[in-house]
Design a protein around this ligand. Sequence first.
Ligand SMILES: NC(=O)c1ccc[n+]([C@@H]2O[C@H](COP(=O)([O-])OP(=O)(O)OC[C@H]3O[C@@H](n4cnc5c(N)ncnc54)[C@H](OP(=O)(O)O)[C@@H]3O)[C@@H](O)[C@H]2O)c1
Length: 275
Amino acid sequence: MKDYTIAVLGCGNLGSAVTNAILNSSFEPYPAKIICCTNSEKSAENVRAKFDHEIIEVSHGIDSNKAAVAKANIIILGCKPYMYQTVYEQVKDSLNGEQLLISLLAGTTTDELSIFTPYVAKVMTNTPAQYGCGMAAVCFSKEAEAKYSELVMKLIQPIGSAVQIVEKNMDAATALVGSAPAFVLLMLESMIDGGVRMGLPFDVAKESAIKVMEGTAKMVLDSGEHPAVLKSKICTPAGTTIGGLAKLEDAGVRSGIIRAIEESALISASFSKKK
Ligand SMILES: NC(=O)c1ccc[n+]([C@@H]2O[C@H](COP(=O)([O-])OP(=O)(O)OC[C@H]3O[C@@H](n4cnc5c(N)ncnc54)[C@H](OP(=O)(O)O)[C@@H]3O)[C@@H](O)[C@H]2O)c1
């Protein structure tokens, strides 16, 4: 595909994150134009303020959606999951059956999204994507996999990391990739509170907790070791760390986190069953 146009239908948190990642990268073939669409004028103004770039065009409203899709080779769908049928009704006359749809929606399946086009890629990503340190799990409709998998991975890679998975695992990925940043933030917040509780100034507690999270994740990544192995290396017999870990186990933190991922995945699965 050369000199192609992308229409981002729903350029909110995630639509902007993906757009930003594309703008900050230089893969080939690079899009000639990205048309960012929102529902309201106010959101369109916010997008305009965010992206001052020659390939970016910003518009809002139903007529703009239609016009953007008529020009697009690739549609990135970034609206809320319950809106996809409304958006489809708005743009269906501009669809040509050849376009590639990249969906960022939780829950909604490639089969449901095939009303737009047979070429569907479903991407589950997260808000850290805005900073180029996101994660994405990607699956494809049969038609899209053959024709577009390479291009989709190039477009998505700049958000951080991207892996292809089978669609039956997408609800698990929705929980672990999409929702888990909120779980991590809860842990981060608790660590800061713990530091403050024991007398650290807030700023010091915040910086310490952030660096501990960042550094620990990097250590696991770089060493390739299982987290349990690295954890055991921090535990001096009868020391401070094993004492703290015992308290976390008493509080059910491990099973709480496992169940949180399970619950998020079940809710994601229920979204598509409800329709
Ligand atoms: N946020 C996350 O962490 C996260 C993680 C994983 C997956 N997701 C998925 O990502 C999707 C988007 O989430 P988000 O957090 O980015 O939502 P968001 O910030 O609310 O963005 C939604 C965007 O859709 C626009 N929109 C609404 N109706 C439209 C229409 N008819 N035509 C064109 N644009 C329209 C909105 O414009 P207005 O502002 O003008 O209404 C807004 O720009 C969701 O489907 C969600 O499942 C989100």
